[in-house]
Design a binder for this molecule. Structure first.
Ligand code: AMP
Length: 406
């Protein structure tokens, strides 16, 4: 495996798999974060004197058209990205309106150093998501070097994210800077961590996080469990949780996780107290209660002050921190305090030298909401891919780059 930073792209054509699946409304890009995130990788190739062929998916054209026949492929075009990308890149971007055509091959072959070509949506072809080998091989002809910079799709074994890598020798396939950052951050936390290593796991459902917790039992010294999922544990232990979230079919499993943790010497921290509400609403009446004594008719929607102190202490003593999932219904002001306090604790620990990674959906939204994104060590944009990484799964997009060719 070659590294992107050490590679000189002079006179080479880099075929870069990016994630340009950005929100587009009426032809206008409403959030260009993903485009900007890919710029350092593209710019490095151009600065070396190479050229760039960009490929991406956008939405789910074939599935959506099947369900809503008024839609056409044109509704899923990457074309609206061309002008914006040219603008932020400061270089005119060419477009091939079929990623699998002779036109695309000719345009790619004609690229001169410093030039950029964007291919139309890969998912116009069903072969992309099927991981079709012939389709991948044809795509591979569009570049001399394959660069995967789409961590968000690294958990899919699609033609452009995984299958294609085998058509390049190991020194001509590599992660881009964005993907390298994500992989390094995840590795720092899971496999090269300094102890104590605290994982903070929150969110609504314990069933979504079982595999992560099980994997972390092998790696972490402490696991903080907050958010709606905590109350399934309290109920399993015989607590009274009122109308708080509970997955009745997971009670046994919750007890088993606690037993396993004990056997492995991992400390599980559940919130001692909670902020409770008389309804699931921003204008609910609120009070506080021990998490095992939530009165009937009330539901726990945030962690309480004792829990914040309890968790803050654990976080402050940590050298490595992984955070996935909010501590409460942080979208409502009345129930955001616990999540904000934990974010502050993670920021403070980071300042003291801990390595902190925030990853996966809503915890990322939370650190962004509170303005802490640049005060933790790394904020993953990986979503589902990062969650699967935390679960200990091998991601096809990573394996394809790392594994030697047969
Ligand atoms: P997840 O996608 O599993 O990480 O869950 C995130 C969602 O869990 C957010 O929308 C939160 O509002 C919600 N959530 C967190 N804590 C609670 C709670 N105590 N009760 C109900 N929902 C919660």
């Amino acid at each position: 495996m070659s590294t992107f930073s050490n590679h000189n792209f002079a006179n080479e054509r880099a075929l870069i798999r990016v994630d340009f699946n950005v929100p587009i409304k009426n032809g206008t890009i409403t959030d260009d974060t993903r485009i900007r995130a890919a710029l350092p990788t593209i710019k490095k190739v151009l600065a070396d004197g190479g050229s760039v062929v960009l490929m991406s998916h956008w939405g789910r054209p074939l599935k959506d058209i099947e369900k809503k026949p008024h839609l056409t492929l044109a509704d899923f075009s990457l074309k609206p990205i061309v002008a914006h990308l040219s603008n932020v890149l400061g270089t005119e971007v060419q477009f091939a309106d079929d990623c699998n055509s002779d036109d695309a091959a000719q345009k790619a072959a004609a690229l001169k150093p410093g030039q950029v070509l964007l291919l139309e949506n890969l998912r116009y072809y069903k072969q992309e998501e099927k991981g079709d080998k012939d389709f991948a091989e044809k795509l591979s002809k569009l570049g001399d070097v394959y660069v995967n910079d789409a961590f968000g799709t690294a958990h899919r074994a699609h033609a452009s994210t995984a299958v294609i890598a085998q058509f390049f020798p190991s020194d001509k396939r590599m992660f881009g800077l964005l993907m390298e950052g994500e992989v390094n951050a995840a590795e720092n936390v899971l496999n090269n961590n300094q102890q104590p290593f605290t994982a903070i796991i929150g969110g609504a459902k314990v069933s979504d996080k079982i595999l992560i917790i099980e994997n972390l039992l092998e790696k972490a010294t402490d696991i903080i469990i907050g958010g709606g999922m905590a109350y399934t544990f309290f109920k399993a232990e015989g607590g009274q949780i009122g109308n708080s979230l509970c997955e009745e079919d997971r009670l046994d499993m919750a007890l088993q996780l606690l037993e396993k943790a004990k056997a492995k010497g991992v400390c599980i921290h559940l919130p001692a107290d909670s902020i409770i509400a008389d309804k699931f609403a921003a204008d609910a009446n609120t009070s506080s209660a021990l998490s095992v004594e939530v009165p009937n008719g009330w539901m726990a929607l945030d962690i309480g002050t004792m829990a914040i102190d309890q968790f803050r202490k654990v976080i402050s003593d940590s050298k490595t921190i992984l955070w996935n999932g909010p501590m409460g219904v942080f979208e409502m002001d009345k129930f955001q305090h616990g999540t904000k306090a934990i974010a502050e604790a993670v920021v403070a620990a980071t300042k003291k030298g801990a390595y902190s990674l925030v990853g996966g959906g809503d915890s990322v939204a939370a650190v962004n909401k509170f303005g802490f994104a640049d005060k933790v060590s790394y904020v993953s944009t990986g979503g589902g891919a990062m969650l699967e990484y935390f679960e200990g799964k091998e991601l096809p997009g990573i394996a394809a780059i790392k594994t030697p060719n047969p």
